[in-house]
Design a protein around this ligand. Structure first.
Ligand code: FES
Length: 661
């Protein structure tokens, strides 16, 4: 089991004399980013460009072996920051060739908040909550039958469950009855019963030889329109042990839910779409099973969270009426279904639980996110924002919840962006651009050469291009910059984030004006959706106590950069919390606690949906938000003040003026 080391150490960078506290073992390049210190890093942490050279003046680091440093440099304590880990308090000097940004922009360290990982934290908010899974394994040592005790095998198991665990057994899967007699005798009456706990008692779904109570696993799935994420959980320990993801294979039938619904109405369309999502999930299940080495028979249940269309298609339910006025889903609460009946490759009688949906366009993924965030238990007013192909927002507290959704486009998940990709290994997730020479400092997930850019990287790069004055507020590149990294490409002007030889690809990784426009559309939809939702209940951003941002767009999201591009409102950054994938978070909770399953229904019942289609205010707000950060600059006064200072400073640098850095 992984041992968590939360010990913090201090790293000071010279000559900037900037310090930051990081966890022991943190990557040194990430520490530099946290301290807002620019180190030239163009291979994203793969250790191949040799540009992130630093000298360790005091303290301990561990480092991978590299040919990029000479023996003499190694003797003088030079290291490559990207393949170096901080082991104690450090003093680090950045040589001139690595230190391109002498100004060190004044930014508050960004707030990275870990997701709530276990049931315990949420359960501590509801004292009566039990951390008992909805599917449990119970060890039974049964008395052997004889002439005086000749009850049936099933009755024998039923009596033992009542006697040992005070559980009634009103129902049993027929498949279990079929194999029961043989297993009981081969196991010499020493068996483990897998039961689903229901309000009426237990349902027996499997019987295994011996004591397998320590092997209870579940699979949780975020069924997204663009991407599908999956985790294998150890139910006994309450923690994920393997994870995998892939693009939803339905993508070739349309990028958004509307085009999927349209396709589902063609002959055989629904069956094809269902087959595609089942294949996607099966592929991911294979990966997590292989990675964990878990016996498939010990996967006792699955929990899936998806938007309404994705949920219905997965279950083979016609989504036709989701798209037709008055926009009705088949059902808000769908009972668990046998996973194998859908074609999911799970060997035993495991059931698939899906989250209740609120409306046609606010689905189970939002119920899961609200559950996982715990906002429905708090007094304070929270705005929950889920950034995906659809943008969903939920506003409220323990007394009321209102929600809405809008089509945001897949830009944050890599769609509609030339080098866009999911937040997986090889994705550029953080970017800084030197205002002096416009060289990038990039960080790549997995510390490998980059092959694309994920959502958080997109937010960073657009904010950086704006701040260093390479694009204007409409997202267009200034044409008068004489830089190698800015050029005219196939789809208009573009900025080179990584040259071909620094990537895993056979071409440069760039971001172009079409990519930026797609990102601007996405951020405009999210921001204006929030404004309209607040307006519907007579509130503004200032009334909100806390903001929770969910989405699978990256491991790190910089709130200040989200504000710079107008994705998030200009408020104290302390108000924002980032919880990563909200669907998975809620699905984990339901998988580990049957009380959370009940809470999920409560959350869904609490939510009132506000429809944005044909909402005039939404369209007006959306058009106003199609600017960086916004056309209403009064809502972004501080941001504009900061940007204007930066632009002014950049102009002086370009003119060669001697300014105080
Ligand atoms: Fe460190 Fe390239 S060698 S970023």
């Amino acid at each position: 089991m992984e041992i968590k080391n939360d010990e913090k150490v201090k790293v000071t960078f010279y000559p900037a004399n900037k310090s930051t506290k990081v966890k022991k073992g943190e990557n040194l390049l990430r520490a530099a980013m946290a301290a807002n210190v620019h180190i030239n890093a163009s291979c994203g942490g793969a250790g191949t460009c040799g540009k992130c050279k630093v000298r360790i003046d005091s303290g301990e680091v561990t480092s991978q072996i590299t040919e990029k440093l000479s023996d003499e440099e190694l003797r003088e304590n030079f290291r490559l920051a990207c393949i170096c880990n901080v082991e104690s308090d450090l003093a680090v000097s950045i040589p001139v060739e690595s230190l391109l940004d002498k100004s060190i922009l004044e930014r508050k360290p960004k707030k990275v908040i870990s997701p709530i990982l276990g049931v315990a934290k949420l359960c501590s908010l509801t004292p009566e909550c039990q951390t008992e899974s909805v599917v449990v394994k119970l060890h039974l040592e049964l008395p052997k039958p004889n002439a005086d005790d000749n009850m049936s095998d099933l009755d024998r198991v039923s009596v033992a469950l009542k006697k040992q665990y005070e559980l009634d057994l009103p129902s049993t899967d027929f498949a279990v009855i079929k194999k029961m007699s043989k297993i009981l005798r081969e196991a010499d009456w020493n068996v483990t019963a897998t039961v689903v706990l229901t309000r009426r008692g237990a349902k027996l779904i499997n019987i295994q030889k011996g004591n397998t109570t320590c092997c209870n696993y579940s699979i949780v799935i975020d069924v997204g329109t663009t991407s599908v994420y999956c985790e294998l959980l150890d139910v006994c320990k309450g923690e994920p042990i393997a994870s995998a993801s892939n693009y939803n294979m339905q993508i070739s039938y349309g990028e958004d839910v509307i085009s999927r619904i349209v396709y589902s109405q063609k002959k055989g369309g629904l069956e094809k779409l269902q087959e595609r999502i089942v294949s996607t999930i099966n592929g991911i299940i294979e990966e997590v099973i292989e990675e964990s080495g878990v016996d498939r028979e010990n996967v006792t249940h699955l929990v899936a969270a998806g938007n309404t269309t994705m949920t219905q298609i997965l279950l083979g339910l016609d989504p036709k009426y989701i798209r037709e006025a008055p926009y009705i889903p088949v059902a808000n609460f769908i009972p668990p279904v046998r996973a194998s009946s859908l074609g999911l490759n799970i060997e035993n009688n495991a059931y698939l639980y899906t989250f209740p949906v609120i409306s046609s366009y606010v689905g189970g993924d939002i119920t899961a996110g609200v559950l996982g965030s715990g906002m429905f238990l708090r007094d304070e007013l929270t705005l929950y924002i889920d950034v995906g192909t659809n943008g969903e927002m939920v506003l409220g507290n323990k007394d009321w919840l209102v929600t809405t959704s809008c089509s945001a486009g897949p830009a944050f998940e890599g769609g509609g962006v030339k080098f866009g990709m999911r937040a997986t290994k090889g994705a550029i997730e953080q970017v800084r651009i030197s205002p002096d020479d416009h060289e990038p400092m990039i960080l790549v997930i997995g510390n490998v050469k980059p092959k694309g850019i994920c959502g958080s990287g997109m937010i960073d790069v657009v904010a950086e291009l704006l701040e260093v004055g390479l694009i204007d507020q409409s997202g267009k590149f200034y044409r008068d910059k004489n830089l190698d990294r800015i050029r005219k490409g196939d789809t208009g002007y573009e900025y080179v984030l990584a040259w071909e030889d620094e990537t895993q690809l056979t071409r440069d990784i760039t971001i172009n004006e079409v990519d930026i426009e797609n990102l601007v559309r996405t951020k405009a939809a999210i921001y204006s959706g929030c404004v309209v939702l607040l307006n519907n209940v007579g509130l503004t951003f200032d009334d909100v106590d806390s903001f929770i941002i969910a989405g699978g767009f990256g491991h790190y999201i910089d709130v200040e950069r989200g504000i710079s591009i107008g994705l998030l409102p200009e408020l104290d950054t302390e108000k924002f919390t980032f919880i990563g994938n909200g669907s998975l978070l809620g699905a984990r909770l339901v998988s580990l606690s049957k009380d959370m399953l009940t809470e999920a229904s409560k959350v869904a019942r609490m939510m009132t949906n506000i429809e944005l289609s044909n909402n005039k205010m939404f369209m007006d707000e959306y058009i106003s938000a199609m600017f960086l950060p916004h056309t209403d600059l009064s809502a972004f006064k501080n941001t504009m003040g900061r940007l204007e200072k930066l632009w002014d400073r950049n102009n002086h640098i370009e003119k060669g003026d001697d300014i105080e850095l």
